[in-house]
Design a protein around this ligand. Structure first.
Ligand SMILES: *Cc1c(COP(=O)(O)O)cnc(C)c1O
Length: 486
């Protein structure tokens, strides 16, 4: 069995096993002509269940061959130009190479004595990102598993700051827009905040936070003796890609002494955009920022970071443990990243971004994101001019929320069902993958564009297919209810 453990004695086995894995993926990618086979959980589950985990195959090649039928053949492929659903990106090849390196060396980023250079590389990337944001000389941060964890840590620090200034825990409030990410609510719950702590501010027509609404709420907090422990501005809402008016929000936060957290999980790619960095103007005033490199930096999952303006605030996450990161290590200036993290053992995800920047450069990454944003603009013009569809908001980033709106008079519930059906039918036929959301209680379809290889022709083809599926549903379905005036 020792032959399966990576060591100086097994480098040949290592080479051949990893190469076989790479070969299997490369062959699959080369033969994949659709983003998804449309397989259902019921069809796939028996294949997974049939495998006897107590009967090992003894050989990587055999296990990879078996993996084909339970995973690779029916996986959802984000590199395919007709994958248009969620915030998943095609991944940068230098990052995939880094992934193989980092898991083989297996550094753990909790302490210097488990990571050495890896810690320094992560620190350089945190400094680089903080400088791109403009957070100033005292900035710091740490890599995390994703935007959800980054938001949790930011709100944790904000809460501790508020409590350290004597705030009443029962009177803490978090102000976010109604288009903010759900992890803000989950974080509030995990942090033990009161049930009504998260206040969802109304958005304007473009799905951006309204500074007037924020101001009213901040004034209400003052009047009612509540502490706005954090304002969460979103730079790239998940559904609409809208960016809250950061300068105005920052100004209000400064006046009311509220911690400003900017959730740029999606919009962070603008930090490297050669043409659109200005869309993030104001982000430099944040107290904390979430970035998801695994969204708009074309990094494999997981790769995210939380950044803070004042590194002192990270002390709230610090616990000195005698066996791991004793207090004396601080005096000895040993860089232990666990001092800043909610995790202990932690992947060297930073290496992926490092390799990507060293190969492609920041402009290279940013121009790929720009291509996607240009495509989204073009796709919006197509949708806006197409009488078959109703499109919700003009995209700042790369999402489009729309629905098939049949001419004539059709019951709203039938329109809802037709759009839901169109999405399912498209995916089941392997023609494309799109997402869905609701707007004012109605069902809409959603494109999230993150693939520079997707063309306008792909978009129009998928729109035609969606319209066909929706219309066939409306033509053939017997809903039992009359198609009445809306
Ligand atoms: C995706 C997203 C998150 C959550 O990030 P994960 O990496 O999925 O945990 C948070 N906020 C916004 C705005 C997002 O789009």
């Amino acid at each position: 069995m020792r032959s399966h453990l990576l060591s100086d004695a097994t480098t040949e086995q290592y080479r051949s096993s990893v190469a076989q894995g790479v070969e299997r993926v490369a062959a699959t990618l080369a033969a994949t002509d659709r983003p998804f086979t449309g397989i259902t959980p019921d069809a796939l589950a028996p294949r997974v269940d049939a495998i006897d985990l107590d009967q090992p195959l003894g050989d990587t090649g055999a296990a990879l061959a078996e993996l084909d039928s339970v995973y690779l053949r029916d996986a959802v492929y984000f590199h395919h130009p007709r994958y248009l659903a969620h915030l998943n990106c095609p991944v940068a090849i230098p990052a995939v190479a880094a992934e193989a390196v980092l898991s083989a060396v297996n550094s753990s980023l909790d302490t210097w004595d488990q990571s050495a250079g890896a810690t320094l590389i992560e620190r350089r990337l945190i400094d680089w990102t903080a400088a791109r944001i403009g957070l100033g000389p005292a900035a710091d941060g740490v890599f995390t598993s994703g935007g959800t964890q980054s938001n949790l840590q930011a709100l944790f620090l904000a809460r501790e700051e508020a409590l350290s200034r004597g705030a009443d825990p029962a009177r803490l409030r978090v102000l976010a827009s109604e288009c903010g990410h759900f992890s803000v609510r989950t974080s509030a719950k995990l942090l033990g905040l009161p049930d009504d702590a998260v206040v969802a501010l109304p958005c304007d027509h473009d799905r951006r936070m309204q500074p007037e609404a924020l101001q009213r709420e901040l004034e209400r907090c003052t009047r009612d003796g509540l502490t706005p422990m954090a304002v969460v501005a979103t730079a790239g809402t998940t559904d609409f890609g809208s960016i809250d008016p950061l300068p105005a929000v920052a100004d209000l936060c400064a006046r009311h002494g509220a911690w400003l957290h900017v959730d740029a999980a999606y919009g962070c790619g603008l930090l490297v955009s050669p043409t659109r960095r200005h869309l993030l103007d104001g982000i430099e005033a944040a107290d904390s920022v979430t970035v998801d490199y695994h969204k708009s930096f074309f990094q494999p999952v997981s790769s995210s970071a939380v950044l803070v303006r004042d590194r002192d605030t990270l002390r709230h996450a610090t616990h000195h443990s005698d066996y791991l990161n004793p207090r004396r290590a601080v005096a000895e200036r040993i860089p232990n990243q666990v001092d800043k993290s909610l995790q202990t053992t932690r992947r060297f995800d930073a290496l992926k971004l490092w390799m990507t920047l060293r190969v492609m450069g920041a402009d290279g990454v940013g121009s790929l994101f720009d291509e996607v944003l240009d495509l989204a603009g073009a796709a919006w013009r197509v949708l806006d001019a197409d009488p078959r569809f109703e499109v919700v908001a003009r995209p700042t980033l790369s999402t489009l929320v729309f629905r098939r709106m049949p001419a004539g008079i059709v019951a709203p519930s039938a329109v809802d069902r037709a759009n839901l059906h169109a999405r399912k039918a498209l995916s089941a036929a392997g023609q494309g993958v799109v997402a869905a959301t609701t707007v004012r209680g109605s069902h809409y379809l959603k494109f999230t564009l993150l693939n520079p290889r997707t063309t306008l022709a792909d978009i129009t083809a998928v729109l035609d297919l969606l319209a066909e599926h929706a219309d066939r549903y409306l033509d053939t379905t017997t809903t039992g209810e009359p198609l009445v005036h809306a």
